[in-house]
Design a protein around this ligand. Sequence first.
Ligand code: HEC
Length: 106
Amino acid sequence: MAHTPRIALSIALALTLSASPLAQASSALAVEMGCTNCHSNAFHPNAPSFQQLADESAKRRGETGAEDHLMSELRKPRLLGRIGAHEHLSEESARALARWMLDGAH
Ligand code: HEC
């Protein structure tokens, strides 16, 4: 498979160059995963808005491990008031959503 590395490289390049289509994909993912049932929903004032979460995570933007940190914060089981939508996220979705929030959740 001589051309496999080249394909991987073009995927990596496409991901780097097309930040905004990726961000759109993640905001759609937030809706699809039910995140907006609580976050950025006036009827759930106890859940921070995505803008607040993005502002909070902005402190760690650019730090190594920022994405992993946010992913584990998100997926860790809470002792009180477990949140299924958090805990049931696949690693892949959690990473995409963490990256989206670190990028400002636009
Ligand atoms: C049932 C309501 C509900 C749903 C659905 C929900 N959340 Fe949350 N989320 C909360 C509440 C309440 C908090 C604040 C309390 C806490 O952190 O336990 C929170 C906290 C968070 C935090 C901060 C975590 C931390 O500890 O710093 C992130 C990030 C987050 N949610 C992302 C998401 C994403 C992404 C989704 C969709 C996959 C989602 N949430 C779905 C209610 C919800």
